[in-house]
Design a protein around this ligand. Structure first.
Ligand code: DX5
Ligand code: ZN
Length: 216
């Protein structure tokens, strides 16, 4: 059983990223989650390759890049060249998802697929064996600091079953509204990795916040 944490940089202090990333380096965080938004797939724009490249220079944790963009296929090589260990694309943004996953693997990265809150986990039945990561959005993507959608628990149980029955090695990740209160239940129901933005960076001490979400 995994209990991984991937803090979401979106909630960090962009006026002093170096400071926050150094704290992440010295914390129990396992990965660093980078949210790329294009203003088309989601109603917000975040950051792109120059920022990822800079973060990669400073960060000693693997970069988990969550692309909330249309047509992510176009950027597979740039995502790799700027330092991503995991390239995570939205199911809803990929018409030829199998091809996209192959392209990500051929580029030498781990491949993840994200499902929006309305997308049933069962759509992954015929691709889950090829995946390294499945991310369930527990808020509608686009913003940090939103309220956790309770129906995610039900999806998590169904996804855990789907992954286990298929023999897939995919890790299950949850993103949106995660905090120290709901983390134990998410881990108990079979989540392997929790993304947390506000709960890590807004209020309190970053290193302690990560410990409490992880249950340490
Ligand atoms: C939302 C992003 C999340 C976000 C999570 O679209 O995918 O990664 O940063 O932020 P919190 O943990 O504050 O909900
Ligand atoms: Zn995210």
């Amino acid at each position: 059983m995994n209990r991984l944490i991937s803090p979401s940089l979106l909630s960090a202090d962009f006026g002093n990223l170096e400071h926050d990333i150094e704290l992440i380096n010295n914390s129990d965080a396992d990965w660093l989650h980078l949210d790329v938004m294009d203003g088309v797939f989601v109603p917000n724009i975040s950051f792109g390759f120059p920022v990822i490249k800079y973060v990669n220079k400073l960060c000693r944790k693997p970069l988990d890049v969550h692309l909330m963009i249309v047509d992510p296929d176009k950027f597979v090589n740039e995502v790799r060249d700027n330092g991503a260990a995991i390239m995570n694309v939205h199911y809803e943004a990929c018409t030829h998802l199998h091809r996209t996953i192959q392209n990500i693997h051929n580029a030498g990265m781990k491949a993840g697929v994200t499902l929006n809150p309305h997308t049933p986990v069962e759509v992954l039945r015929d691709i889950v064996g090829d995946l390294d990561l499945v991310l369930l959005m527990s808020v509608n993507p686009g913003f940090g600091g939103q309220k956790f959608i309770e129906h995610t628990y039900d999806k998590l149980v169904r996804l855990r079953k789907l992954v286990d029955e298929s023999g897939s090695k995919a890790l299950i990740q949850i993103d949106g509204g995660v905090n120290a209160e709901n983390a134990p239940e998410l881990f108990n129901l079979g989540a392997d990795c929790l993304v947390a933005g506000n709960a890590v960076f807004k209020g309190g001490e970053i290193i302690n916040n990560i410990k409490s979400i992880k249950g340490l």
